[in-house]
Design a protein around this ligand. Structure first.
Ligand code: ADP
Ligand code: ZN
Ligand code: ZN
Length: 809
């Protein structure tokens, strides 16, 4: 007899698998979905390993196979194991990333009566046993729930156990059906023969019912069934025309299951590969080599300024992959924000692209998953979860805008980073990985410089013409504006530039990164912001206690009355959001049509595309928004981009604040000047000398990188260390803090007992968002060579969320 190591969908012992015996005659492979008895219940599980001997003395048997074909490939099983181990997540959470949508369902128990032996004495049964047995014998099989309704849960279960023991009944298990039903659409058919229909049509024509006759004629000409929508459109008939034909019995409606294709609403024209420029050709060569043969380095970092032709490289790399009989996965930060990118992939590989997005119903997602597994799509595009699509013969993984934070899942377990998992998956499958960005993540770039990844550059723009210059950037020092008596949100320069652009019929983007809840304080005279002395991050103002707090180490101090640097009393609490900006823009430029794009404005489902479409079709002159406006927009009419306050990002209590600011400013600057009229960028700031702002203004990544990496080295921040964040949340603040202090003590004891050097425990401190949905949150941060390995054997108390390599602190 063999044994299987099964991970089950249960919160008990989450990081462990359980041994089950394989009943004789049952064929079990790795990756197989099974039902297993677990305590009193029957649960879904996935076989992760097979062995000759069980891991424990007593094992139960696997109850049932859910599906003959394994749901996970061996590579997927290894990947899940790695995710669970590295990110310290429950193994089932990691496995669940790769399961078909809607897989997680309850198992239903069915009872079937066994044939009675001729000499069986029914009077040996109790009245209850007899009652249930009779119910069961009336049908093939009975859902246990129905019996429970009859005699109560506990009682029916024990009676069934007695019946099973006496050989009078057997149990079997099935999964609950998938609830979401696929989408159905009405279709039209002739209800009579074409000849009869011909006659009916001519008599309808004679009686003056021309529209009905036309629709009937149309249906006669169709080889098969036609969708109602298409038929009405083609013949310009309204609903009453269709209804009349149906009620006369000439036409029948039927409902057919349809796939909701997210691309169908778009105008997708075939696009052909462009002849590569010399720089593109130079970066494409090593990629093509990696796709064609087994090479050492399969990970590429494609660093190319905005508009340098990275996407064209992705497209041709995919074509190359398909040529060798393999398939690709393309990851984008957010589907809703990148319709233009998606369109380009769909038009290069028409009919061969699956777009995974959350608007599909569960049933549709399930169908899509099956079709992907069957190899129907050359390319799968989606957000981070698309990395786990069951794409067979995976040859290429593209991570577009690899620096984006949405690639890190941090709201639920497993808190994985897409980039790291993609690299791991490449190791397991031999797939090539292209990480692309105009502003690579500092850690990615560091690895590329060290030779861990293959570094490729595209230094010039291809549009509007080859080697087109990047837009001119002007930095405006807001302190000077104040001195000149200008207290509005718009500097003299920006104000003039907006007026000119709007008057000339051009478009403007105004960017204001106001998202976090924390307010910061800044001296209006010298621009100084108050930082924590221990952590070098800005202190946040807490309104409730009227104190400044460091969100990394909990250092607290009163709000100073004069600026510690220049003694000025003009200390200012800053906090302007996009709504206030919209209001002031309206007052200052009454002639301009405004459009706001931020998370408040996009509560509705499709509104990202609607807003973008309104702006693209010039129904507005000025687009005001948060970081949404920095994404891959390609809008030729935009000639001016204004960053209204570049300091907002800089004042986040996070060592990545400089990096984030550089990325946002570079990306937003990249939106300007994509058309023939060129473009201009104005950055307003109180800290014009800051390296992130200076580097963004010069479009100079290396200038930024050299400074940033020096700071990281000095402060032992990643990539020179790794971090882990542990967060505890509770409705009681004091309790939360106490828990955090206890865990801190436990971790320090553990560290000292194991003699681990160079591991610091920082905190406890309130989380950046201290109170979230009524719960207080405290956090500890571990910094060291490998906090994941340190934490792995530690049993962390219930209620803690662990985030390895967190992206926002
Ligand atoms: P990125 O992804 O780096 O922002 P894109 O791939 O979107 O750059 O290229 C920017 C523009 O240049 C697009 O409109 C694209 O069609 C065009 N383009 C890219 N490569 C070429 C080429 N080899 N020849 C002509 N136009 C190109
Ligand atoms: Zn000052
Ligand atoms: Zn601090």
């Amino acid at each position: 007899m063999g044994y299987a190591e099964v991970c089950v969908n249960s919160p008990v012992a989450p990081r462990q698998t359980f041994s089950y015996a394989i009943p004789s005659g049952m064929n079990i492979s790795i990756g197989q979905a099974v039902l297993v008895p677990f305590g009193e219940k029957v649960l879904q599980g996935i076989v992760l390993a097979l062995s000759e001997y069980p891991a424990v003395a007593e094992t139960r048997e696997i109850a049932e196979i859910i599906e003959p074909q394994p749901v996970l490939s061996p590579a997927a099983v290894s990947l899940a194991g790695w995710i669970s181990q590295y990110y310290l997540s429950p193994i089932f959470d990691a496995v669940a990333l790769m399961l078909p949508p809607g897989f997680e369902r309850k198992a239903l128990t069915f009872i079937t009566a066994s044939p009675l032996l001729p000499d069986f004495d029914l009077s040996s049964l109790t009245p209850d046993q007899k009652l249930l047995l009779e119910t069961v014998r009336k049908e093939d099989k009975v859902n246990l729930r129905r019996l429970e309704n009859k005699t109560g849960k506990k009682k029916s279960q024990s009676i069934i156990s007695q019946l099973v023991k006496r050989g009078l009944a057997t149990r079997s298990y099935e999964l609950e059906p998938v609830r979401a039903s696929p989408r159905q659409e009405p279709y039209l058919n002739l209800a009579i023969s074409p000849d009869q229909a011909q006659q009916e049509a001519s008599s309808l024509n004679k009686s003056g019912a021309r529209k009905q006759a036309a629709l009937l004629d149309f249906l006669i000409q169709q080889p098969g069934t036609v969708s109602l929508a298409a038929a009405r459109k083609e013949t310009r008939s309204n609903k009453s025309v269709v209804d009349a034909l149906v009620s006369k019995g000439l036409v029948a409606t039927e409902y057919i299951q349809t796939r909701r294709d997210p691309l169908s609403a778009w105008n997708v024209n075939l696009s052909l590969p462009l002849p590569l420029t010399a720089s593109q050709d130079a970066v494409f060569r090593p990629i093509r080599k990696s796709l064609a043969e087994q090479t050492d380095s399969k990970i590429f970092l494609l660093h190319g300024v905005t508009g340098s032709g990275k996407t064209e490289i992705y497209l041709q790399a995919l074509a190359e992959t398909i040529k060798t009989g393999k398939r690709g996965i393309v990851l984008v930060p957010e589907i809703a924000l990148t319709p233009q990118t998606i369109e380009r992939f769909a038009s290069r590989f028409p009919g061969k692209v699956a777009v995974l997005h959350s608007q599909l119903s569960l049933g549709e997602q399930f169908d899509e998953w099956q079709r992907i597994r069957a190899g129907e799509f050359d390319v799968v595009i989606g957000p981070r979860s698309a990395l786990f699509a069951p794409q067979p013969d995976l040859g290429l993984i593209i991570v577009d805008e690899e620096h984006e934070w949405t690639y890190k899942q941090d709201d639920k377990s497993p808190r994985y980073h897409t980039r790291n998992v993609a690299i791991k998956l490449s190791g397991l499958t031999g797939a090539t990985v292209i990480l692309g960005s105009a502003t690579p993540d500092v850690e990615t770039f560091y690895h590329a410089c060290r030779g861990d990844y293959h570094l490729l550059h595209l230094p010039e723009r291809v549009t509007p013409s080859e080697n087109a210059p990047l837009p001119r950037v002007e930095i405006v020092d807001l302190k000077d504006e104040l001195k000149a008596g200008n207290r509005s949100l718009f500097s003299h320069s920006l104000s003039e530039a907006i007026s000119n652009a709007v008057t000339a019929g051009e478009q403007v983007i105004l960017f204001l990164n106001r998202r976090g809840a924390a307010t910061f304080i800044q001296c209006r005279n010298c621009g100084f912001t108050l930082n924590c002395r221990r952590c070098d991050v800005p202190l946040s103002y807490h309104l409730d206690e009227d104190m400044l707090v460091c969100h990394q180490c909990n250092y607290r101090t009163a709000v100073p009355r004069v600026c510690p640097r220049c003694q000025s009393r003009r200390i200012k609490f800053l906090g302007t959001g996009t709504q206030k900006l919209e209001q002031e823009t309206g007052t200052a430029f009454p002639q301009a049509r405004l459009l706001r794009w931020d998370s408040d404005a996009t509560r509705k489902k499709d509104s990202h595309r609607e807003i973008l479409e309104r702006f693209r079709s010039h129904q507005a002159d000025i687009l005001i928004g948060t970081q949404m406006v920095t994404k891959g927009l390609d809008l030729p009419r935009v000639t001016l981009v204004g960053a209204v306050n570049a300091d907002y990002g800089l004042n986040r209590p996070d060592f990545r604040a400089g990096e984030r600011t550089f990325q946002l400013l570079s990306q937003v600057a990249g939106r300007a000047g994509r058309g023939p009229r060129g473009g201009q960028v104005i950055i307003q700031t109180y800290t014009p000398e800051h390296y992130a702002i200076q580097a963004a203004a010069k479009h100079d990544y290396s200038l930024f990188y050299e400074r940033e990496i020096t700071y990281r080295r000095q402060l032992h921040n990643p990539p020179f260390s790794r971090l882990a964040r542990l967060t505890f949340s509770h409705t009681n603040d004091a309790f939360c803090r106490k828990e955090a202090e206890n865990l801190r003590r436990l971790l320090i004891e553990e560290r000292d007992a194991r003699g681990i050097a160079g591991l610091t425990v920082i905190g406890p401190a309130p989380a950046f968002i201290h109170r979230l949905r009524g719960r207080f949150r405290w956090q500890l941060v571990l910094r060291g060579a490998d906090p994941s390995a340190f934490l792995a054997p530690v049993s962390i108390p219930q209620g803690w969320a662990i985030d390895i390599d967190p992206v926002g602190l």
